[in-house]
Design a protein around this ligand. Structure first.
Ligand SMILES: *Cc1c(COP(=O)(O)O)cnc(C)c1O
Length: 299
């Protein structure tokens, strides 16, 4: 399939839910394409278009062993007729994420954490280019200028009447696209899944400087990236029971928990027209369940 066709969804469902007395809508990016779903799909689009235009045959990228970006890259590469290579941080392991990547033809290469730190350095990248016969390289997490051009297109699926739009912060690429493309009456409220207030500067540096009416909450990270507490797990289970919308514990679960807390604290009005962006990540749940013995729903 051509890259353009694969990365041009003609429809993204919006689902109305009610939870804790708040009625709001969810943009189900997770429904676009199983596995390659969610924000990663938008982040990859312009990288893949450039790879195609320049005649590359292989895509190479980086990630941790549970990375949504790795899974999405493998699936997208297969669908668009590229070979793919995943440089995975840490010792050789197997888990459902990596199995999914392998199933989609990705060749995996594990490197130790120390070497992995060089992943943005020129020499290291040149070695990889030689070793893997000149692949097109996409950085880890996939946040570059092209990624933000892609995530800006999420806005095309957001009807104008929404005035409060929420999404997760991981590297900021998704929120930056949403902020850059929004209309002035729309407020973007981000929820960081990382610990620390440095994320605010990080996001400020990614967005168009004249854009106003956005905010990043740093209160609901549950200890940091991929950290969790039982309260978060209980929330995800209850949210699914009441709405039938599955959430993952690394990203969307924390955002939705944050949104509900802000509603309970009266920082959100029932007059707001709220759209929560479901950025996907459901492929990671199987591995999470296996590691910690949970039974969270993943579709
Ligand atoms: C990667 C990811 C994010 C974070 O996106 P950034 O652009 O890195 O901020 C959010 N949700 C899911 C499900 C993700 O996989």
């Amino acid at each position: 399939m051509s890259v353009k066709k694969f990365f041009t969804p003609d429809h993204v469902p919006i689902q109305r839910v009610q939870f804790a007395g708040l009625i709001f809508d969810i943009l189900r990016l997770d429904k676009i394409h199983e596995g390659a779903s969610g924000n990663k799909f938008f982040k990859l689009k312009y990288n893949f278009l450039e790879a195609e235009k320049k005649g590359f045959k292989k895509i190479l990228t980086f990630g941790g062993a549970f990375s949504n970006h790795i899974a999405a890259t493998a699936i997208s590469a297969k669908a668009c007729g590229f070979q793919s290579i995943g440089i995975i941080r840490g010792e050789k392991v197997n888990n459902p994420t990596l199995e999914l990547a392998i199933k989609n033809g990705m060749q995996l290469h594990f490197i130790d954490r120390e070497d992995y730190r060089n992943k943005d350095q020129k020499d290291f990248l040149n070695d990889l280019k030689n070793k893997y016969d000149n692949p097109f390289i996409i950085p880890e997490g996939g946040t570059n200028e092209k990624a933000i051009a892609g995530t800006s297109e999420i806005h095309e699926f957001i009807p104008d009447h929404y005035n409060l739009i929420t999404a997760c912060f991981g590297t900021g690429g998704t929120l930056a696209g949403l902020i850059n493309a929004k209309a002035s009456h729309q407020k973007i409220l981000g929820f960081s899944v990382l610990k620390g207030d440095w994320v605010k500067d990080e996001l400020r540096n990614l967005v168009d400087q004249e854009k106003e009416n956005w905010e990043l909450s740093i209160l609901y990270h549950f200890g940091g990236y991929a950290k969790w507490k039982q309260e978060l797990i209980d929330f995800i289970i209850e949210f699914y029971e009441k709405t039938a919308v599955p959430l993952d514990p690394v990203y969307t679960g924390k955002m939705m928990f944050g949104l509900m807390m802000e509603w309970k604290k009266d920082n959100i009005s029932s007059d707001d027209h709220i759209l929560a962006v479901h950025s996907g990540g459901l492929q990671g749940i199987e591995g999470f369940n296996k590691r910690f013995g949970f039974d969270l729903v993943n579709k």
